[in-house]
Design a protein. Structure first.
Length: 133
């Protein structure tokens, strides 16, 4: 079983937004919210010998918070928490396929939506040393 998580903090950089004024466009000051993203994931191989099938589970969350270094934000904060369950097939060390479904649990205008997902990806080994021939 492989467990992992990550935490990101994003600072809002947009400080102006466009608004229609008398048939033209004017830039108005805007104070955005910062964002926190927190994810937890789990991978469970279905055979201990490293077989081709893996169960994937992930919880993702998105939270808007007041900014650290700027004046108070405009608008109401929002949040969203989703889960994702999938089955991964390891075709080769270079190619993997995952088929699953994401479920919106609560938050940001959520009405218990679900989203089917299909993913094809190639893992990158950035630390692999190339051999000279």
């Amino acid at each position: 079983v492989i467990l992992y998580g990550n935490l990101w903090y994003f600072m809002g950089t947009m400080n102006q937004r466009e608004e229609l004024v008398d048939g033209g466009i004017a830039l108005k000051p805007f104070n955005p919210r910062d964002q926190i993203r927190f994810n937890l994931a789990c991978e469970i191989p279905l055979r201990w010998e490293g077989g081709p099938w893996v169960l994937l589970f992930e919880m993702t969350s998105f939270w808007e918070v007041g900014p650290i270094f700027s004046p108070g934000p405009e608008g109401n904060p929002s949040h969203k928490i989703t889960t994702w369950a999938a089955m991964e097939y390891i075709l080769s060390p270079e190619w993997r396929f995952a088929l699953g479904c994401s479920f919106d649990l609560f938050g940001k205008n959520t009405s218990k939506n679900f989203t089917p997902t299909f993913t094809i990806y190639k893992p990158l080994d950035l630390f692999k040393k190339k051999r000279r021939q």
